[in-house]
Design a protein around this ligand. Structure first.
Ligand code: VGL
Ligand code: ZN
Length: 199
């Protein structure tokens, strides 16, 4: 029988109000995600986990500001405020998130020279995080995504899931987006076109 897992994406303090890269209403997803966690047999969390001075931080590029883009060897990269620095309170899960049941925490973005939005691949779209192998070895083929941010880490993860032949559902009411230059509408459409079920 097809096994299912819930993938909880980046429900961390820096993506919640008051955080370094706050997503509007980011904390509102926590009770909804706690309900989902209670309903799923298997739960995986992702955690954005950057070293200080990470190349996705605008502060690492003299003259650049957050939300500008630059060319990196692996393609275009949006620059962000410093966020989710390893071991800082901003990188911790939201204190109300009931994460104890989680079987795996996938940390991402820990290589200084490359960002990683997706739970499956870094932003070069080729360096794997190991999550696909972990899920496949366990016979898990159906994935439900929730968390932050809809148009970045959630969307990149769901799109890669489809590319890797997993079934993918996104619980939109348990997600909040950044919406940079129309990215929310663009990524929502890309998910639909890829066969991601949006509920
Ligand atoms: C994210 C921007 C930078 C996310 C992470 O979790 O969507 N966005 N790092
Ligand atoms: Zn990040």
């Amino acid at each position: 029988m097809a096994e299912e897992a819930l993938i909880v994406v980046d429900v961390q303090n820096d993506f919640c109000p008051g955080g370094a890269l706050a997503v509007e209403g980011g904390d509102e997803v926590v009770p909804l995600i706690n309900d989902l966690i209670a309903r799923f047999d298997h739960v995986v969390l992702t955690q954005d986990w950057h070293p200080a001075g990470h190349s996705s931080f605008a502060s690492s590029h003299p003259g650049k500001s957050p939300f500008q883009t630059i060319g990196m060897p692996y393609g275009e990269q949006t620059l962000w405020p410093d966020h989710c620095v390893q071991g800082t309170p901003g990188a911790a899960f939201h204190e109300a998130l009931e994460w104890t049941k989680a079987e795996l925490v996938i940390r991402k973005g820990f290589r200084k020279g490359i960002d990683s939005y997706s739970a499956f691949f870094e932003n070069d779209h080729t360096t794997p995080t190991g999550l696909a192998g972990y899920l496949r070895e366990r016979g898990i083929t159906r994935l439900t995504f929730a968390g932050l941010a809809t148009d970045f880490c959630v969307a990149f993860s769901a799109l890669d899931a489809r590319q890797l032949d997993f079934e993918a559902t996104v619980e939109l009411r348990a997600c909040r987006g950044i919406d940079l230059g129309g990215s929310l509408a663009i990524m929502t459409q890309r998910m639909r076109d890829a066969g991601v079920v949006l509920v």
